[in-house]
Design a protein around this ligand. Structure first.
Ligand SMILES: [Zn+2]
Length: 156
């Protein structure tokens, strides 16, 4: 799924959750962070030191495991009593991160079942119905979530 689709999805989730502007910024940031693993993947392919990067850190590895946003929420929960502002920021990142992982689970490539292995993968849709990268299906998905958001929570 394209970065802009993840961003839109994260912002829609934030809108539906009635989050404030700073939290929405955190959600938006969190919704694109998991794909930083693409940069690691490129580093691994180009540089000798990149060979030290384990396979599970590559694209759709541990950053796309469903447990990662859950761990982010746990960190936020532990920090909340003494550091509520930091906890809120981390929680916002977690919400965006979760939206990213769940939307990638709608794609043909899916998301990893386990944290330290990129395979096997799981998908939320059968492969024939899954949303391909930069496709008409991806555009229709974005239109659908926008329509659902405005039906569930009209802006006025
Ligand atoms: Zn991704």
């Amino acid at each position: 799924m394209r970065r802009r689709s993840h961003l839109i999805t994260g912002i829609v989730v934030s809108y539906l959750l009635n989050l404030d502007i700073p939290s929405t910024v955190g959600v938006a940031f969190g919704s694109i962070l998991p794909d930083l693993d693409v940069k690691l993947e490129r580093l691994r392919d180009k540089w000798l030191i990149g060979k030290l990067i384990p396979d599970w850190a590559g694209h759709r590895g541990i950053t796309h495991w469903i447990g990662t946003p859950i761990l982010i929420f746990l960190i936020s929960w532990f920090l909340k009593p003494n550091h509520p502002f930091i906890a809120k920021a981390i929680s916002s990142l977690g919400i965006g991160w979760l939206s990213h992982v769940l939307t990638d689970a709608l794609t043909p490539s899916g998301i990893p079942l386990a944290p330290l292995s990129r395979y096997p993968r799981i998908r939320l849709l059968p492969k024939s119905l899954s949303i391909k990268y930069d496709s008409l299906g991806e555009l229709l998905f974005i239109i659908l979530i926008l329509v659902i958001a405005f039906v569930v929570k009209p802006p006025i």
